[in-house]
Design a protein around this ligand. Structure first.
Ligand code: MG
Ligand code: ZN
Length: 281
């Protein structure tokens, strides 16, 4: 007799893990705003007094709008900025990790028959949804992803909107405006954006994620991590600012350190193995 399980399409019997990546100094091995600001120095320009000190935490969109406007006046074009950003390398091992996540993305390419053939019950498959959650902006991220042929690797890029206007200016917007969260800047509470994304998924499909893995490097990744639970994982870049400042009781979720994307890949495979999945797949 066939149970209900047999009649459920394979993709509905999978565990979907949401894998959220920060961008600057996580996926990309540079801080894109620092790279752009440094272009002024490389061009031999002295920034006007009000742009000489970048903000510490709050006020980045306003500051970057000032920088981009100054660049426009000084004929540092959007194309020149794009070209410079496209020289930024991806962090070591990230290409390999993203390829793996893409090969096991939701909906899975595996059918129930294949699952059975490999001796793995189809309801134990883990699939991933890969999303960027970044306080950079859409142009900078897309340009770098394009350069590394990674535009297809993400289900969504959640970031501040930006566009190149007809007169060659880069127009930079803000993701939202919030004042509820005190540990996030006004233009982006990453924790709230993450929760909204998860809520949309529940609305869309009727079920949420079985776990959330968040990969980051700096203190602006702490807000979403604080909202994770014991089955989730916060992947913290070893030796970077977040690792140095993170206290043991800051988060409820598991914390794993990483130096290379392959460290994360190893953990993902080990988890699948623990759950009895064939990690060769
Ligand atoms: Mg970062
Ligand atoms: Zn927040």
């Amino acid at each position: 007799m066939c149970s209900n399980l047999c009649r459920t399409p394979a993709y509905k019997r999978q565990r979907t893990v949401l894998v959220l990546f920060d961008f600057d100094l996580t996926l990309c091995d540079e801080d894109t705003y620092s790279v752009v600001i440094q272009m002024a120095l490389l061009a031999g320009l002295t920034l006007p007094p009000h742009l000489q000190t970048p903000p510490e935490y709050e006020g980045w969109p306003e500051y970057m709008r000032g920088i981009l406007e100054y660049f426009h006046v000084k004929k540092i074009t959007a194309d020149m900025i794009k070209e410079r950003l496209q020289e930024c390398p991806m962090t070591k091992g990230m290409q390999e990790l993203l390829r793996y996540l893409h090969d096991h993305q939701e909906p899975s390419k595996f059918t129930a028959e294949e699952g059975d053939k490999n001796g793995v019950a189809p309801d134990t498959k883990t699939v991933y949804e890969t999303v960027i959650l970044s306080d950079a902006n859409s142009c900078f991220i897309q340009w770098i992803l394009e350069k590394h042929n990674l535009s297809h690797a993400f289900a969504k890029v959640l970031t501040n909107p930006s566009e190149v206007t007809a007169d060659g200016r880069i127009k930079l917007g803000e993701f939202h405006e919030q004042t509820e969260c005190k540990i996030s800047p006004k233009n982006m509470c990453k924790g709230r954006v993450m929760e909204e994304w998860i809520a949309q998924k529940v609305k869309r499909t009727g079920s949420g994620y079985s776990a959330v893995y968040y990969v980051g490097d700096s203190m602006n990744d702490l807000c979403p991590a604080k909202r994770l639970g014991p089955t989730d994982i916060f992947f913290v870049r070893r030796g970077f600012s977040l690792h140095k400042k993170l206290a043991a009781n800051d988060v409820l979720c598991k914390v794993e350190l990483w130096s290379d994307g392959r460290d994360i890949l190893k953990t993902l495979k080990a988890l699948r193995h623990l759950k009895g999945e064939n990690i060769q797949q």
